[in-house]
Ligand binder design. Structure first.
Ligand SMILES: CC(=O)N[C@H]1[C@@H](OP(=O)(O)OP(=O)(O)OC[C@H]2O[C@@H](n3ccc(=O)[nH]c3=O)[C@H](O)[C@@H]2O)O[C@H](CO)[C@@H](O)[C@@H]1O
Length: 357
């Protein structure tokens, strides 16, 4: 009988795309996979649009460290999700649950543990997120992207695997990317990606200096859902998208330089593709500060430049982009020699080692 894995993870694309990276190998090795996500999260759209996996939705609640009236409702939602997940796990009888983090994974991991199904987690960030911290005691193994994350995890459980990067990202065509964007290829292409949900602050900072940037670059700007700027539609040398799926490999292949948030998945993709990037991490006020640490690690290794959002003015933005352009070869060489590889096969090995126990 073939083995079955339940995958879970959601909330933002960064909690889903590493699961996509694992799929081809697991499916080739004969595993059947089902997915548990939330009812309305981005994971539902990504899994249903980009895979044939059966998708189960469970109720999930946000875990907040600040006061909100929703704090009184969400525990019940999580509890409902726990009972729903138990029912799904009983029906599906998986051999293992693989969790990529995000709030929706908490009821799934707790249910798996209760039903004695082994759990493997992956933490992408420099410091573990709240959902993964809650789930870690229930996991058999915790895979991490950064070596430094190991100190937050119980000894014996942690494996430094790196970040799983989707294989198809390496097979894009520059011509294809230029064609999609309507560019001739004469100017270097600057790709701007503000995380899976887009980043309004980055969008505004780019819009403020756009005309000046267009003198040097052609620009592909992934702005996020409902964040397109209608005034820029049809502007020469500028192509905007809300979110890109199957076009992403070609768009990455066309890019010479990038401006990006410092979400853990995006930066390991940037590293794997050796793309010189200016990272603008999500500020501490809007997060737990994980992107600041992710970005600082990349800066310290000489892979990327970093500009803090609080330091953005039209002048700093333009200076930073031109400094990135000037330094591109040095950054590219540092990334080529990083010794950090695509984590996909390492994570697969951890899953197989737990299944063999
Ligand atoms: C706001 C927020 O909570 N951000 C967190 C979220 O980032 P978030 O999920 O936004 O960003 P990541 O960079 O980790 O991942 C984004 C993923 O979406 C893909 N992509 C993006 C845009 C697009 O149009 N198409 C596409 O496929 C990227 O290639 C990447 O694989 O999870 C990360 C990993 O735990 C954290 O580091 C971030 O701090």
């Amino acid at each position: 009988m073939s083995k079955k894995i339940i995958m879970t993870g959601g909330g933002t694309a960064g909690h889903v795309t590493p699961n996509l990276a694992l799929l081809p190998t697991l499916e080739k090795d004969g595993f059947s996979i089902v997915y548990i996500g939330s009812k309305k999260g981005i994971e539902r759209e990504i899994i249903q649009e980009q895979t044939d996996l059966p998708y189960y939705a469970v109720s999930s609640g946000k875990l907040r460290r600040y006061f909100s009236f929703k704090n009184f409702v969400d525990p019940f939602k999580i509890l409902r999700g726990y009972f729903q997940a138990k029912k799904i796990i009983r029906r599906e009888q998986p051999d293992l649950v693989f969790s990529k983090g995000g709030y929706v994974t908490v009821p799934v991991v707790f249910a798996a543990n209760k039903l004695q199904v082994p759990v493997v987690l992956h933490e992408s960030d420099y410091t573990p997120g709240l959902a993964n911290r809650l789930c870690m005691p229930k996991a058999d193994k915790v895979c991490v992207s950064f070596e430094a994350t190991a100190k937050h995890i119980e000894k014996g459980k942690c494996v430094v695997t790196g970040s799983p990067v989707r294989e198809e990202l390496f097979s894009g065509s520059r011509e294809g990317g230029l064609r999609r964007a309507g560019f001739s290829g004469e100017k270097p292409v600057l790709l701007i990606m503000g995380g899976s949900l887009g980043a309004q602050a980055v969008n505004e900072a780019v819009d403020a200096v756009l005309d000046s940037l267009l003198e040097t670059f052609d620009i592909i700007h992934i702005r996020g859902r409902e964040k397109l700027n209608p005034q820029l539609e049809g502007k020469k040398g500028y192509a905007q998208y809300e979110y890109v799926s199957e076009e992403l490999p070609d768009i990455f292949a066309a890019a010479d330089l990038m401006i990006s948030r410092a979400g853990a998945n995006a930066i390991f993709e940037i590293l794997a593709l050796c793309l010189p990037a200016l990272l603008i991490p999500l500020p501490r006020e809007a997060s737990r500060g994980d992107q600041i640490l992710n970005a600082e690690f990349f800066r310290s290794k000489g892979f990327s430049h970093v500009l803090q959002q609080s330091d953005i003015t039209p002048k700093t933005m333009l200076d930073a982009i031109h400094a990135l352009h000037a330094d591109a070869d040095v950054l590219r060489d540092a990334m080529k020699n990083s010794g950090i590889s695509n984590g996909t096969q390492n994570v697969i090995q951890v899953i197989y080692s737990v299944l063999e126990k």
